[in-house]
Design a protein around this ligand. Sequence first.
Ligand code: B12
Ligand code: SF4
Ligand code: SF4
Length: 379
Amino acid sequence: MTSLESRLKDEARRLGFVACGICAADAIPDAGAQLRQWLELGAHGSMDWMEARADQRASPNGLWPEARSVIMLGMSYAPPLDPMRLANMPAAARISVYAQGADYHDVVKKQLKHLARWLIDTAGGGELKVFVDTAPVMEKPLAAAAGLGWQGKHSNIVSREHGSWLLLGAIYTTIDLAPDPAARDRCGSCDACQRACPTDAFIAPYQVDARRCISYLTIEHKGPIPVEFRAGIGNHVYGCDDCLAVCPWNKFAEAAHANKAFAARAELAAMTLADLLTLDDPAFRAIFSGSPIKRIGRDRMVRNALIAAANAGQAGQGALLAQVHALLDDPSPLVRGAAIWALARLDPAGWRLAAAARQVDEHDADVRQEWQPHPAHVA
Ligand code: B12
Ligand code: SF4
Ligand code: SF4
């Protein structure tokens, strides 16, 4: 008779998971210490939630002492086109691949719940909990232990079949399941991801300093983006895939395996900076409803688009310049500050006049920081 584990994997595949593996709840004994080391460095920046439940995050039994096994699942979001093709199109707004379609939190969670129900019914008992991204769970080391792939030097899971394009979900259960062998590291001497990073975010291979990562800076970071990273951000307006996109293992990843829910919405795949610079709140909500992007809100998105506009060089001198001017009077100090900085780069001769004509709230530290652009970026 076919084992429960193998039927579970068949069911997972039927539900759209292209990768499924099992590990014991105590399979990542080193991850907790590495997490704490990372937190001590402050590499999590302002993501206090990473620190808040570190003991629960460190191991499955820290979160749920009764858990016996962990089922790790992966859905492919392999893109049909190379995301790097937009790198040299300064007027284009680059949105990371995972955010161009439906919100993966919803898509993965829904299918995890179906799989969980199937398992309880089939095993005739047991308890389980399902997680996607936001819970205190170390999904990457668990996925590596369950054999889905290895943590590459960019720190994400790389699969032999799906390259760097897997989104992960986890099921903790009290049911004892036979574990799969862990995957072995196949990065070898490759360092393509390390060289590709525009903001030098790798502390060392396998370790990312979130504070320097464009994904953190454009999504998680709420205030003005530190000046030293702005040029490196290029035309990224939401997240970044550069280290993932250059991974040679992607050549085995076929877009045909990607979950259809993650297919890019046409307007998000071809968004321009000009589209974003005119967004008000209702327009932002209308465009990004059902997308993970909605959670950063309009002001942060316009802040990001202004940084990208400042990086657009010649392409930013025309219509974009007029849009940047209009944002000097935006109600949001975050946006006004980024607009002044963008103007200083796009119009080095004219920006002081525009700035002097406006009163800045002396008590607004964010704006004051923006009011004095770093000399290196004014030239
Ligand atoms: C916090 C977080 C971020 C932060 C920090 C990133 C990071 N590398 O930790 C920020 C905001 C920057 C981020 C960005 C992105 N993220 Co993110 N993120 C998370 C989250 C919530 C927690 C990750 C975590 O625990 N970090 C803490 C550190 C300590 O853990 P770690 O990276 O695994 O670190 C290990 C190594 O450093 C290792 N280590 C240390 N020294 C050494 C030495 C050697 C030799 C070795 C081998 C290992 C090693 O030990 C650590 C523990 O195992 C997870 C979801 C989850 N709950 O797990 C998603 C998750 C990791 N993110 C994901 C994605 C897709 C992204 C982005 C691609 C999104 C985008 N396009 O913008 C980028 C990729 C950036 C990158 N290169 O990592 C996916 C990754 C899927 C996959 N295939 O692995 C996850 C799993 C979400 C999901 N459910 O699918 N993310
Ligand atoms: S996501 Fe971008 S900024 Fe972050 S580590 Fe990878 S290449 Fe660097
Ligand atoms: S780009 Fe090279 S070093 Fe980086 S994860 Fe892929 S194989 Fe490993």
